[in-house]
Design a protein around this ligand. Sequence first.
Ligand code: FES
Length: 113
Amino acid sequence: MQEAPIPYKRMVFVCINKRENGEACCADRGAEAILAQLKEGIKAKGLARHVRVARSGCHDMCAKGPSVVMFPDNRWFYGVTEQDVDAILAFAALPPAPIPPVPAAAAKPARSR
Ligand code: FES
């Protein structure tokens, strides 16, 4: 395994999961259109080098989809419509809040007795 820093300031994941059993899912609620609008909007705003929009699997919010999650902000938008995309894009354009470092005590391996 190798590790590298994530080259984006923000990651936006859009659930496009399709449930084949007929249960509610983001795919049946317009998630692909939301994904396309977000990708186009990020490009149009010149943010493609800083914000990555990616499709994802289920966020376990199926009945309230489409579901969009944003990191490192820990934002979770659900019931997203095409009318909400501009607000999400405006948020995505903001500088992300700094992420606090992992406390030193948490980074140390636990002692076994
Ligand atoms: S199908 Fe999108 S959250 Fe489950």
